[in-house]
Write a protein that binds this ligand. Structure first.
Ligand SMILES: [Zn+2]
Ligand SMILES: [Zn+2]
Length: 274
């Protein structure tokens, strides 16, 4: 089936409008209007996350990321390159000597992003402000404090404002490398952040794990993280490679050399016995 070419949606402007509406609700100083501010701020956080995902769409499986919730999306983005979800300053300069950073760097700007921690700290907690108090909360006289909710909203307004007024955004400088997953053939891409020599990559499709290593001269080595298992036939020396999620009772394979079918099972033995 042909893949749908994703078209970019102007989420950044959408987030700006959400932020403005949230400010309007907060400025009314009416506690009854707080849930509307909460809703707009959650929308803004979602819009910013989707905007970020669009910048990295070549690294993500569109069919999946197009429907993901922000928290999942942020986790996957951070998995591609942890620096994607961090605030960074871009500097540019001509190298005096090849390979040696310039001593005369010009700052292009700082990119403030909505970090994984921002989502973790605020997105779900904010969701609590969208519901009316439960009966139990009324009975125990434990109603949410509008002062606390308002303070949190103000804090998120300033975080979102800083992201949206960033001088640069969605910069995607990187060394990236790709392979087709050895197990399921799904294309995989991994970014190597500046200065990082080795990292882990996990296939979106089948969860196979790889160790990705920068071998210099533009070469990147992908090694599948597998364990060797012996054939159950004691007269046979053949071995198979198993992915970590295959090492569990019930996994079977047919030996290519002797034809015996081996199966992993749990055994109880006497400790220390041969
Ligand atoms: Zn795979
Ligand atoms: Zn065998």
């Amino acid at each position: 089936m042909a893949k749908i070419a994703p078209q970019n949606i102007d989420y950044r402007n959408r987030a700006r409008r959400n932020l403005e509406r949230a400010r309007g609700q907060l400025n009314s100083n009416d506690d009854e209007r707080l849930p509307y501010a909460v809703l707009e701020l959650r929308f803004a956080m979602e819009a910013i996350t989707y905007d970020r995902a669009q910048a990295f769409k070549d690294d993500l499986p569109y069919e999946e990321y197009s429907t993901w919730q922000p928290r999942k999306l942020v986790a996957v983005l951070a998995g591609i390159d942890p620096s994607i979800m961090k605030t960074s300053t871009l500097r540019i300069g001509i190298e005096d000597q090849p390979g040696v950073p310039s001593t005369n760097m010009e700052i292009l700007g700082t990119e403030f992003v909505l970090t994984a921690d921002d989502i973790k700290d605020h997105y779900d907690v904010l969701g609590g402000g969208l519901h009316i108090p439960t009966m139990a909360q009324f009975q125990k006289d434990k109603l949410p404090d509008p002062v606390i909710l308002r303070a949190r909203c103000d804090e998120i307004v300033s975080i979102i404002d800083r992201v949206l007024t960033s001088q640069v955004w969605n910069s995607t400088f990187n060394v990236s490398s790709h392979i087709d997953c050895f197990r399921c053939k799904t294309p995989m891409r991994r970014r190597l952040p500046h200065g990082v020599k080795t990292l882990k990559a996990v296939c979106f499709e089948c969860k196979a794990e790889y160790a990705v290593k920068d071998e210099a001269d533009g070469k990147v080595l992908w090694s599948p993280v597998v364990s060797e298992a012996p054939c159950a036939n004691s007269d046979c020396t053949a071995k198979v490679s198993l992915w970590p999620d295959e090492i569990k009772p019930g996994t079977c394979w047919t030996c290519k050399e002797c034809g015996v079918v081996s199966e992993i099972s749990l055994n109880v033995g006497v400790k220390g016995a041969e």
